[in-house]
Design a binder for this molecule. Structure first.
Ligand SMILES: [Zn+2]
Length: 164
């Protein structure tokens, strides 16, 4: 695999992640602004507003907690996407063309597999068919974007299930 194959994809991913995080920061500052405006309108003193916001930040409340979870989700998604870009470059180097048949490997944690993902263990479909019904982490399953299942080209002979 050459770096030249990966870099354009990663640059695009970085740009998208950068824009998305910028939007999230904007949403966060807007929600902070709205919260302060509402508390002032209700007659709260600045010290009480400060204490309320501090408590929200310390407990991961509605304003700061939501922001923190959103940033975590985007970064996790970015890492997954970077992995996908790297894998696709490896497949191309191994002469495996994109768009062929792919096999689902279900990821099993110590609490067991996601019930939705378990129904797909070992299933083989074309890339287009997987796109249509939902790839791992696309949100189709109970485990949503926490899904660690994988789709790989059938040529790789991957297992039906992987235990953590
Ligand atoms: Zn899964």
């Amino acid at each position: 695999m050459s770096e030249a194959q990966i870099e354009p994809g990663l640059a695009g991913l970085f740009t998208t992640l950068n824009l998305t995080l910028g939007e999230e920061v904007h949403l966060f500052t807007t929600s902070l602004d709205i919260a302060v405006t509402r508390m002032r309108r209700q007659g709260m003193a600045d010290e009480a507003i400060y204490q309320t916001l501090l408590r929200d930040a310390q407990t991961g409340g509605r304003i700061f907690g939501t922001f923190g979870n959103t940033v975590k989700r985007h970064i996790y998604g970015g890492i997954q996407d970077a992995g996908t870009i790297g894998k696709e470059a490896e497949f191309a180097a191994a002469g495996i063309a994109p768009g062929g048949e792919e096999k689902w490997t279900t990821y099993v944690t110590e609490t067991g597999p996601c019930p939705d993902c378990l129904t797909r263990a070992g299933d083989v479909l074309t890339a287009e068919a997987w796109d249509a019904i939902g790839r791992p982490g696309s949100g189709w399953s109970v485990c949503k974007d926490a899904c660690k299942c994988e789709l790989n080209p059938v040529q790789l002979k991957t297992p039906d299930k992987v235990v953590a």
